[in-house]
Ligand binder design. Structure first.
Ligand code: C2E
Ligand code: MG
Ligand code: MG
Length: 843
């Protein structure tokens, strides 16, 4: 557990304790308030009751007073009442001056006049005795002792003024609480009759009427009511307390439940935090306004911002304001914030966030809206850094579309580009050209100089091609030593009428430029290499309508270029397909020819140019196929070389030539035979053994054999091949450099080659009479041979002029139709038998 979670746990505990304390406090306050309220109400009720008691007693007192007054007034009005003289009613001495104080009735009943005041006093005394109430007339100057005021009455009487009306109070009286009321007695006119003599005038206060009513009976009644009210209030109070207790209990349980929920939540929260914290995925939360509300550690780490720097900031404005294509994105178009409106999740496999350094971080994400009931209140984004994934995807993508050796686009990428270009060409009505380039002699170099050199050469070829190609053209490596070029010509408006012609011109122009740049020697680790190429061109829409056809026809055209002598280009022509078919037939035919022994050798005499004497013969291969008829070696040798059949064929030629020599030898003809070797044979380790085997099988000396190797084959010959040639030469085998002058041999290389003869190529002999350049080349070659201590031999002499010219220039040996065509062995035998001179050959 982290310190943070421990802290929050302590916070939770103390929060709960203080909530409990508050609950206790409020419960106490509620109890006190409730009690005070009930007590207040009860007290008020008592007070009210007391007031009522007082009012009732006062009402009674007032009634007594009114009655007393009425009787008194009545008595005063009547002037007195005659009563029987008795023990209790004696004549009043104060009235002795009245003549009629005492009277005797007819029935001799003695009556005396009773003073109304006296009478009322008598009534009141009796009333008091009967009802326990007290009515007393009193004065500060009483006429009778009975009217003497008590202390309370005196104190009240002293306060009376003319305006005084009434005074009432509950005080102790006769040992019990009683309502005591007093009203002043104000002298009226009628009172003067009796009281004038006492010196009173109208308006004087003579005294007061004092009434006392014991409160006990009223209190008894109200006590019963108070008991009832008190019981009810007590009940209500208890109910209230129970309610408070119940509420407190509920509140406490609620608090405990809440505490438990909070603890569970805190636990879940802490667990979630740990999980979210441990997530490698970045998590971002945002509110309904798109402002960031949380980031997990992975998000902080990936984005480089501190958490507090981003919280409250707009997710769009700060980290996600670019579209996945890198263009600025408006906030209302932001798909991530779109979940706030759509209420549905949104994911993207390829998007980007901006990190703190304002560098785009490639990400994939899923944004999910957060709901409260049905309202979207925010969202959560889970995202992953896909930089590495993207880089490896880009790498894979790159590798899938590029050739690892040359870094050029590969065939797949090229074909895709062709598809696009074709779509555009169709839409805008322009043409396309596809160039298929094959290196002519790369296989030989690769085999002889090694694959490392071969690879480097391919890289250099690619570099030259790339350099030669301009946008929007595209160069790609098809594989091996084959390259493809897509040309999208920029055709000017005025040229539109003759698109095809223009396209062909552009394409052939490009092909020629490519061939030209190939002519410069290639340098690899100090060695010089010459590479030539054949280029086939097919045009859209002239030659093909789709990429398959375009490619196929360019390939076919490339074979035409090869057939045309290589180092050239050819435009696709309609009958090419037939030629390709023919090539395939040729390949099949060559296989069958080997089995069916359809090959034979013819021999062309090599003569001494001085006298025409046959010095040797060159064995030349012929094929008369049952299926193909007669096929020229010019046609079938390249095919045999390409499909490797040249090796068994070459072996057969060697053996047959040697056997023929042996046969001639047996016939007494010592005729050297020159056998042509393919470059492929030269590369083979078993060359020596197969040559020796052929010589041994035929039982002829090595010196009888001459091997012809083309100048081109020696150009890139490795030291191993040179050594091999040297060993053959050391055995006594003659070596001739065929087609000399066509292969750009350097003098230093020539010097080191163990050859005896330089065979001047027919192309120079052809022009030796007519072309000054050719004559110069021939002459130079003859001189060169002389200087290098080698022989010069002219090929393809067809005319007397050529013969004489060559002879004049110092060439001693030659061959050509002028002397003899290649002929069957028997013809050679016949020639030799007849003297062995050219001029004896039948024409
Ligand atoms: P090459 O070795 O340079 O042979 C000379 C070619 O020139 C021969 O053609 C020959 O018939 C031809 N020729 C000779 N004198 C004249 C002439 O006065 N006028 C004309 N127009 N042509 C002349 P061929 O027999 O058709 O052979 C062509 C090439 O085929 C040879 O050129 C050689 O490179 C290759 N070849 C022929 N036989 C073999 C073989 O057994 N093995 C290998 N590897 N290549 C062979
Ligand atoms: Mg030859
Ligand atoms: Mg030749």
């Amino acid at each position: 557990m982290t310190p943070a979670t421990t802290e929050s746990k302590a916070d939770l505990q103390s929060g709960f304790a203080s909530a409990l304390e508050s609950l206790r406090k409020y419960t106490l306050i509620a109890i006190v308030a409730w009690t005070l309220m009930i007590a207040g109400i009860f007290t008020w009720t008592i007070y009210d009751q007391r007031n009522r008691e007082f009012a009732t007693a006062l009402g009674v007192a007032r009634a007594y007073f009114q009655k007393d007054q009425s009787v008194r007034q009545w008595g005063a009005t009547q002037g007195g009442v005659y009563v029987k003289i008795s023990e209790h009613t004696q004549p009043n001495p104060h009235l002795k001056n009245l003549p009629h104080r005492d009277v005797t009735t007819d029935a001799d009943q003695k009556l005396t006049l009773m003073n109304p005041a006296y009478m009322i006093r008598q009534i009141n005394e009796r009333f008091s005795r009967m009802h326990n109430d007290y009515i007393h007339i009193t004065s500060l100057n009483p006429l009778h002792d009975e009217n003497e005021p008590d202390d309370w009455e005196r104190s009240i009487l002293k306060t009376f003024t003319k305006e005084s009306d009434e005074f009432a109070q509950i005080v102790g009286f006769r040992g019990q609480p009683s309502l005591r009321m007093m009203r002043p007695m104000v002298t009226k006119q009628r009172c003067l009759k009796c009281h004038e003599q006492h010196g009173y005038k109208v308006g004087d206060i003579r005294g007061g009427v004092s009434i006392a009513i014991p409160m006990a009976p009223y209190r008894r009644d109200s006590s019963e009511q108070l008991l009832l009210i008190g019981t009810t209030h007590g009940g209500i109070w208890v109910c209230g307390l129970l309610g408070i207790g119940f509420y407190t209990r509920r509140a406490r349980r609620h608090l405990e439940d809440r505490q438990q929920s909070i603890q569970s939540l805190a636990k879940a929260n802490s667990y979630n935090r740990s999980v979210i914290g441990a997530l490698g995925e970045g998590l971002l939360g945002f509110d309904a306004m798109g402002r960031l509300t949380f980031l997990n550690p992975a998000a902080v780490h990936l984005l480089g911002w501190k958490e507090h720097e981003l919280l409250g900031k707009s997710i769009h404005g700060f980290i996600h304001y670019l579209k996945d294509n890198g263009e600025p994105c408006r906030e209302d178009e932001c798909p991530m914030l779109g979940v706030l409106h759509s209420g549905e999740s949104h994911s993207s496999r390829d998007d980007q966030f901006m990190n703190r350094d304002r560098i785009a971080l490639p990400i994939s994400y899923i944004a999910t809206p957060l709901f409260e009931q049905t309202r979207v209140v925010g969202g959560v984004v889970a995202f992953q850094d896909i930089s590495e994934q993207k880089q490896s995807l880009q790498r894979i993508e790159y590798l899938a579309h590029h050739d690892s050796l040359t870094d050029l686009p590969n065939r797949v990428a090229f074909l895709e580009a062709v598809d696009n270009a074709l779509a555009n060409a169709r839409r805008y009505g322009h043409g396309l050209a596809l160039l298929f380039l094959d290196l002519d002699n790369f296989g030989v170099i690769n085999d002889s100089a090694g694959h490392t050199t071969g690879d480097e050469l391919l890289r250099q070829v690619a570099k030259r091609l790339r350099h030669e190609i301009r946008q929007p053209d595209l160069v790609a490596r098809q594989g091996g030593d084959e390259f493809l070029i897509l040309m999208v010509p920029v055709i000017k408006e005025k040229e539109k009428e003759d698109i095809t012609r223009q396209l062909a011109l552009n394409a052939t122009g490009l092909a020629q430029r490519v061939l030209d740049v190939m002519h410069d020697p290639f340098l690899v680790e100090g060695s010089t290499y010459y590479i030539k190429a054949s280029i086939g061109i097919s045009l859209f829409p002239e030659d093909a309508n789709d990429r398959v056809e375009l490619l196929k026809n360019a390939d076919a055209a490339m074979y035409t270029a090869k057939g045309d002598g290589r180092d050239t280009y050819a435009l696709y022509a309609g009958d090419l397909a037939q030629r390709i078919q023919h090539r395939h037939m040729l390949e099949t035919g060559l296989n069958q020819a080997l089995i069916k022994q359809e090959f034979r050798l013819v021999y062309q005499p090599i003569v001494d140019l001085n006298d025409g004497k046959i010095l040797a013969v060159e064995a030349l291969l012929r094929l008369r196929s049952a299926t193909l008829g007669d096929v020229s070696p010019v046609e079938f040798i390249p095919v045999a070389e390409e499909c490797g059949l040249i090796l068994p064929i070459g072996r057969w030629v060697l053996q047959t030539a040697c056997r023929q020599m042996a046969q001639w030898f047996g016939m007494g003809m010592e005729l050297r035979v020159a056998v042509n070797l393919s470059t492929l044979q030269l590369q083979r380790e078993d060359l020596e053994s197969s040559v020796l085997q052929a010589l041994e099988d035929a039982q002829i000396p090595a010196s009888m054999l001459v091997l012809e190797i083309t100048e081109g084959a020696t150009l890139h010959a490795s030291p191993v091949v040179i050594e091999r040639l040297q060993r053959l030469h050391d055995l006594g085998i003659g070596l001739s450099l065929d087609d000399f002058g066509t292969g750009y041999s350097s003098l230093s290389r020539l010097k080191n080659l163990p050859v005896d003869t330089l065979k001047i190529d027919k192309s120079f002999v052809d022009g030796v009479v007519t072309e000054q350049d050719d004559e110069q080349i021939v002459l130079t070659t003859i001189e060169l041979a002389k200087n290098l201590n080698k022989r010069a031999l002219a090929e393809g002499i067809e005319s007397r002029e050529q013969w004489q010219c060559l002879l004049r220039n110092g060439c001693q040996r030659g061959q050509g139709y002028f002397f003899s065509r290649p002929v069957e062995a028997v013809v050679i035998e016949e020639l030799v038998r007849n003297g062995g001179h050219w001029n004896q050959i039948p024409s």
